[in-house]
Design a protein around this ligand. Sequence first.
Ligand SMILES: *[C@@H]1O[C@H](CO)[C@@H](O)[C@H](O)[C@H]1NC(C)=O
Ligand SMILES: *[C@@H]1O[C@H](CO)[C@@H](O)[C@H](O)[C@H]1NC(C)=O
Ligand SMILES: *[C@@H]1O[C@H](CO)[C@@H](O)[C@H](O)[C@H]1NC(C)=O
Length: 116
Amino acid sequence: MKVLVHICVLLALVAVAYSASSTWGVQNATDYLLINKRVTHPAVRNIAQTFYFDIPESYQSNNKVISAIYLRDQFQNSSGPINTLLYGGPGWTYASIQMRTQAGFGLNVTFAVYGR
Ligand SMILES: *[C@@H]1O[C@H](CO)[C@@H](O)[C@H](O)[C@H]1NC(C)=O
Ligand SMILES: *[C@@H]1O[C@H](CO)[C@@H](O)[C@H](O)[C@H]1NC(C)=O
Ligand SMILES: *[C@@H]1O[C@H](CO)[C@@H](O)[C@H](O)[C@H]1NC(C)=O
């Protein structure tokens, strides 16, 4: 029983540590790379900031159906954001992703979006 609890705690910790990078959907070898972009924002002391990443980006259009979105945290030390897909995503031609930074940390993520 005790071992089981320990395993559960361990899994929970692993989930938290890796939550800074997110993936939605699966990429297929024939998919096109639609967007490959780095997004950075400076830290504000003691403040958790919220940023949005929209597909298509402002003043752009997109007629390809999204198959996968890879959001990679570049801090790679679990200081990255908590990410939520608000709407759209795989199967749609649009998406909106919310990134909430941890208090006192900036943002440094890359987006790779694939479509077909
Ligand atoms: C990739 O997508 C194409 C077109 O939708 C499909 O024909 C093919 O089976 C897919 N390949 C894989 C590995 O899913
Ligand atoms: C973002 O992270 C990359 C890789 O760790 C680093 O090379 C780059 O300088 C960082 N950019 C900013 C603005 O912090
Ligand atoms: C994680 O890395 C970033 C950029 O290298 C740095 O600003 C931040 O202090 C680091 N966080 C921790 C908890 O070490």
